[in-house]
Design a protein around this ligand. Structure first.
Ligand SMILES: Nc1nc2c(c(=O)[nH]1)N[C@H]1C(S)=C(S)[C@@H](COP(=O)(O)O)O[C@H]1N2
Ligand SMILES: [Mo]
Length: 185
């Protein structure tokens, strides 16, 4: 009787160990999987969304795309450039994030960016431009946040005062203002 009892206890003990082992394995795998999923996650914007990036992007904060607010864009790292735009009468001081840094942040895997503006304007920009030149996605002009009225909330600024060849219409059509959306292709 005592023997059978011990046998029953050790059988239950073995069962417990097996169940425990399976549970440990399950949680370890689940942990590894969620850690992997987490690596692709970007924080969700806390303020007004001013830019949506979709298409061939590896990092997301919504299904298949990235929403960004001004603080998120600026947190990538602000650079500064002093330059005219195509038709401006004087040079301005621009602050913004380098386009190549923004593309790294979202994990862009493509060679072209389709840029859409609030006025319906749309154009394609080769990613190569962002490695050939310090192209900014500007959030500030002369120290002030860009408003829609002042061609914001964000606009692309090429350093034309530093390289005259950028005044070619091939490039000037890429100086998109009032940007709302980018699609990586
Ligand atoms: N949203 C938007 N961006 C745009 C355009 C436009 O019509 N809408 N025109 C483009 C063209 S063709 C040129 S030459 C430059 C002129 O920019 P600027 O007036 O700021 O110098 O803006 C570019 N960006
Ligand atoms: Mo233009």
């Amino acid at each position: 009787m005592a023997r059978r009892g011990t046998g029953a206890v050790s059988f239950i003990g073995l069962l417990q160990r097996i169940v425990f082992g399976i549970a440990i394995t399950f949680f370890a795998c689940a942990g590894a999987l969620s850690a992997h999923a987490w690596a692709d996650e970007l924080p969700y914007p806390q303020e007004d969304i001013i830019l949506t990036i979709s298409g061939a992007v590896q990092n997301h904060n919504a299904k298949g795309l990235v929403y960004l607010d001004r603080p998120m864009i600026e947190a990538i790292g602000l650079s500064e450039v002093n330059t005219h735009t195509v038709y401006s009468s004087k040079a301005h001081q621009w602050h913004g994030v380098l386009m190549r840094d923004l593309l790294v942040y979202v994990g862009a895997k493509g060679d072209t960016i389709e840029v859409h503006a609030l006025d319906g304007y749309r154009t394609e920009i080769p990613v190569q431009d962002f490695y050939d030149y310090d192209v900014l996605l500007a959030t500030k002009q002369d120290g002030r946040d860009l408003s829609i009225r002042r061609r914001g909330p964000i606009r692309i600024i090429y350093p034309i005062d530093h390289d005259e060849s950028l005044l070619d219409p091939k490039y000037t059509s890429r100086f998109v203002w009032q940007i709302e959306k980018m699609i990586v292709k």
